[in-house]
Design a protein around this ligand. Structure first.
Ligand code: ASP
Length: 336
């Protein structure tokens, strides 16, 4: 009889584990209870479950990411693959964060969840869990991925784009790595060859904020953000630029704060195809004047968590953060 592949299910809550309370859906089931809904998999795999927390993922924090990473790290040698059950609302942030916190993993780390609780009769939860365990148990799988509705998405490329549909996640500016049809995994992207051993990282720096521009954004906001955060990601319009009405304050604040190591990174509100600040005068000048970084084709979730990671590991070295930001990790950035 072949040796069964060993899978660790790391439960964190989310809709998949929720039951109806007097005030709406609330996470309730633990990891072992989730597994009781897919008994057929116990015959194929050796699956164990641990519980990191039982929260609606609205309440996810970098501290809980540390706990998830610790759960994977301390069991890394004993299992062939990991499945993290998670709420969908912040799942793309978690899959991006884990892509930076767990690098060069030849073992798969799958993040999944569902739009409907596993205890309901009509649910996507069972299929998502089955797909995730099958993928995690396949010897060709590796790295951090998000699996939903049969799509295997690189951890840095996922975005929740539908609030209710089963097809909740899209792979942004990058193809899906694979699809799962019935029991078959159809792979589109070849395996990566890691030059270094797996690396775990903790304690992301969360002194970061997103400023989403609207026509008429007030300059006082910039002053406040510069004073209170180490990094501001400006979600600009189109391919990227700063409106004239903010420019005076922007120049004044940048000149004051840049020498203290504070960062400004430009991104775009447009969901697909990414930024390119060099196209228009409103972007090109400030980019040149301040050597600004921009997200290009990265998702906002990857941009934010990559900066949290780099601010933590590079300890204030602008050059190291700049170089690290443009270095591809788990398919997160293509163009530059
Ligand atoms: N609010 C839920 C959560 O993110 C939604 C879900 O899991 O689908 O935990």
């Amino acid at each position: 009889m072949p040796i069964k592949r060993r899978i660790l299910l790391v439960a964190t809550g989310g809709t998949i584990a929720s039951q109806l309370s007097a005030h709406g859906l609330r996470p309730d089931l633990d990891g072992a209870q989730l597994l009781s809904y897919v008994p057929e998999l116990q015959e194929e795999y050796e699956i164990e479950a641990i519980q990191v927390c039982n929260i609606d993922s609205t309440n996810m924090t970098p501290k809980v990411w540390d706990e998830i990473v610790a759960a994977v790290e301390c069991k890394y040698l004993y299992y062939d693959g990991f499945v993290i059950c998670h709420g969908t609302d912040t799942m793309a942030y978690t899959s991006a964060a884990l892509s930076y916190m767990i690098q060069n993993s030849n073992k798969p780390i799958v993040v999944t969840g569902s739009q409907k609780p596993i205890s309901e009769e009509n649910t996507d939860a069972r299929q998502n869990l089955i797909d995730s365990i099958r993928y995690a148990g396949d010897p060709l799988s590796q790295g951090v991925v998000l699996i939903f509705n049969g799509n295997v998405i690189a951890g840095t490329r996922a975005k929740k784009t539908y609030a209710h549909s089963y097809n909740a996640f899209s792979s942004v500016n990058f193809p899906v790595l694979a699809v799962i049809q019935e029991r078959k995994i159809i792979r589109f992207i070849p395996q990566q060859v890691y030059q270094e051993p797996v690396r775990f990282c903790y304690h992301l720096n969360d002194s970061i904020v997103i400023l989403k521009l609207i026509p008429g954004t007030k300059p006082e906001l910039l002053e406040y953000l510069f004073q209170n955060y180490d990094c501001i990601v400006i979600e600009s319009f189109g391919v990227g630029g700063i409106p004239q009405s903010l420019l005076d304050t922007f120049y004044e604040q940048m000149e004051k704060w840049i020498s203290t190591g504070k960062l400004v990174v430009m991104a775009t509100q447009v969901a697909n195809e990414g930024s390119n600040m060099e196209v228009y005068e409103v972007g090109q000048r400030i980019k040149e004047d301040f050597h600004l970084m921009e997200a290009y084709d990265m998702t906002l979730e990857a941009t934010v968590t990559k900066l949290m990671y780099l601010m933590s590991v590079c300890r204030g070295s602008f050059t190291a953060i700049y170089d690290g930001f443009y270095k591809t990790v788990n398919y997160d950035i293509l163009s530059r």
